[in-house]
Write a protein that binds this ligand. Structure first.
Ligand code: ARG
Length: 274
């Protein structure tokens, strides 16, 4: 057991937006996980993704689907296409041209479903670099999103945005290095952040679950929590035990094909917050 007191956990129903990996492939490399020389089994990626989709529905969550677009192999990583907080939609603006067309595809989905979309002026890759807690929006920078993108999010949402600097290219998005578990409770891999940003995290989250290198290296932090159930990559074995000790219910998933694109559970899951 950890020294943190275990309280009763409860899940709340969530609304997610996902995109079937029908056109998933690795034919360019924009992060160190991607190697276009390695073969990708798209059919297996679809099967693994369907297990995740089915799990969310069995846990009582609503999952909407975005139509996959041929020629956009990373579109399965739907978390990157927008950020939705308080029902407000901040669109994405991708750093890499290979993914640029995903932003208007997301925006079109939101407009068709009655949302207004704020089209951003600065680079932000949606929930890849924005994590929402009760009190703050945590924001990653260093690889994709810029400080200007953080300011734009703060002005748009009217919530305090905490800007955090990432240092390790393997942890190129905030959601590869940190995950929100519940309220203002987070877990993170300290070594992915600069000393200053690490100090900020320690000050804001003194009871955070600190994750080991072994668990972080298999993208264990790319996880989704509903306040009780935590869906995470199955290779993060120790992390699953740590979560259990804190009163969470881990759901280990095999998304090994999608890992070849540098993403896992959270990357495939955009949360629409009412
Ligand atoms: N290949 C994608 C990229 O590098 C992976 C994105 C993963 N998504 C995420 N939310 N971290 O942009």
């Amino acid at each position: 057991m950890t020294s943190v007191s275990v309280r009763d956990r409860a899940s709340t129903p969530r609304h997610y937006l996902m995109c079937r990996p029908s056109h998933f492939d690795v034919n360019y490399a924009i992060n160190p996980w991607m190697d276009p020389a390695k073969p990708v089994d798209t059919a297996l990626a679809v099967l693994q993704w369907e297990t995740l989709y089915d799990l969310y529905r069995s846990l009582g969550h609503t999952v909407d689907l975005l139509e996959p677009v041929p020629g956009l192999p990373d579109m399965v990583f739907s978390a990157n296409g927008a950020t939705v907080v308080d029902g407000l939609v901040l669109g994405a603006r991708f750093l890499n041209s290979e993914r640029a067309a995903e932003a208007p595809a997301h925006a079109a989905w939101f407009r068709a479903h009655g949302y207004e979309v704020h089209v951003p002026q600065y680079v932000n890759e949606g929930e890849g670099d924005f994590a929402v807690t009760d009190s703050w929006i945590l924001a990653g920078r260093g690889f994709r999103c810029t400080p200007e993108g953080h300011q734009e999010a703060q002005e748009f949402f009217g919530r305090p945005v905490i800007s955090l600097e990432l240092t390790d290219p393997r942890f190129y998005h905030l959601d590869t290095a940190l995950a929100v578990l519940d309220g203002d409770e987070v877990m993170y891999y300290p070594e992915a952040f600069t000393p200053g940003s690490r100090a900020v995290l320690a000050r804001l989250f003194p009871d955070a679950l600190l994750v080991s290198k072994d668990d972080a290296d298999v993208l264990g932090l790319n996880a989704v929590s509903d306040g009780l159930n935590v869906v995470l990559p199955e290779a993060a074995v120790k992390l699953a035990g740590d979560l259990r000790d804190r009163g969470y219910k881990p759901f280990p998933m095999d998304l090994s094909e999608l890992l070849k694109g540098g993403g896992s559970v959270k990357c495939c899951t955009q949360e629409l917050r009412p």
